[in-house]
Design a protein around this ligand. Structure first.
Ligand code: OGA
Ligand code: NI
Length: 354
């Protein structure tokens, strides 16, 4: 029902089915303002320095930002402008694209998975498949008129950046540069354009509740003017304030599995504001569906046994979308331990007390 979209209305109060119970709320006054999230300069001439910065960031934070990444600043500006323009289109225009079916390859939707969840999130999003471009672009929106052109160029450049980062991550794990790109197969690329309208009660709800990303690598373009992204580290939420022309990169569940748990797919969430709308554009590199996810010999040879059982990405992705976003870490369900001990406790979401 397209009338569930938040971006088509004006909100003076929040409906009760967006309100979290007291002990699951964001507690914004406890969030740490100064992020110190690692920033990696991709323009630096010393590649070994980039590798060691990324190794440390992936191991300790699961998150980092990249600057001098080679994606044109003018293109980034256009992407953000069109995102805003899209969510400001008239309701009847947006209703044409609305769907709550997670299996659809192009859909405008709201919250996370409205068919399953009981409490909704203060977010609308347009989700698109982006690779191979020729296959999907014909079905993308043609309003705004430059949408296909601008996002087509953007998706190509983001993919190049992502593949380059996967190369550096491979090297940082002591593997050959092509390793991850090779084992992830013909990777799908998905994009979520997120729009978080002004919210009259930001303390009671989320834009996106705590979650980890199910894919391999996420490349996030943040609204340059409005904060909202937070990452969980050492038991605390840290704000990742926007940095001009930087991308936020985060390790997804599949890289945690492929690195045999060495690199972390960390919990992150998006909170909302009462006086400012916010947007973000997330690009996801996803393993080919049929690929078997299993750590390289090299990372299990040194006496650390495989933490997770082997599985196909297809199996993983179906499991991910069948749950609530803020349940336990989905990867916990694939731990080898669970075969012998199926009731072992799982790593719970930090905002949902067990
Ligand atoms: C996501 C995500 C954060 C944000 O789309 O997976 O974590 O700031 N987005 O919008
Ligand atoms: Ni995410």
């Amino acid at each position: 029902m397209a009338d569930m979209l938040l971006s088509t209305g004006v909100h003076d109060t929040i409906p009760s089915n967006y309100v979290r119970p007291e002990n699951e709320r964001p507690h914004l006054d406890h969030v740490i303002a100064d992020a110190n999230i690692p920033v990696v300069d991709f323009g630096a001439s010393d590649k070994s320095q980039i590798i060691s910065q990324i190794e440390k960031a992936c191991r300790l934070y699961g998150f980092f930002q990249v600057v001098n990444h080679g994606i044109d600043a003018q293109l980034i500006k256009k992407v953000l402008a069109i995102t805003l323009e899209f969510f400001r289109l008239p309701p009847e225009e947006k209703a044409k694209l609305y769907s709550d079916d997670p299996a659809k390859k192009i859909r405008l939707s709201t919250s996370f998975n409205v068919r399953k969840e009981t409490v909704h999130n203060w977010r609308d999003y347009l989700r698109l498949h982006c690779y191979p471009l020729e296959e999907f672009v014909p079905d993308w929106p043609s309003n705004p008129s430059s949408f296909k052109d601008v996002f087509g160029s953007y998706c190509k450049q983001v993919r190049q950046l992502g593949l380059r980062i996967l190369g550096i991550i491979s090297l940082s794990l002591g593997l050959e540069e092509e390793y991850l790109v090779r084992v992830l197969g013909e990777q799908e690329q998905h994009m979520a354009m997120n729009y978080y309208p002004k919210c009259p009660e930001p303390e009671l709800t989320y834009g996106l509740p705590a979650h980890t990303d199910p894919n391999a690598l996420t490349i996030l373009l943040q609204d340059p003017h409005v904060s909202g992204l937070q990452v969980h580290k050492d038991g605390k939420w840290i704000a990742v304030d926007p940095k001009p022309n930087a991308f936020v990169i985060n390790i997804g569940d599949q890289l945690q599995a492929l690195s045999n748990g060495r690199y972390k797919s960390v919990w992150h969430r998006a909170v909302v504001n009462s006086n400012k709308e916010r947007m973000s554009v997330a690009s996801f590199l996803c393993p080919c569906n049929s690929v078997l996810i299993s750590p390289p010999e090299k990372l299990i040879a040194d006496g650390s046994p495989a933490v997770y059982r082997s599985y196909t990405y297809d199996e993983y992705y179906k499991k991910f979308w069948s749950r609530n976003l803020d349940q336990e870490h989905c990867l916990e369900l694939f731990k080898r331990d669970r075969e012998t001990c199926p009731d072992a406790p799982t790593f719970p979401c930090p905002d949902t007390p067990a």
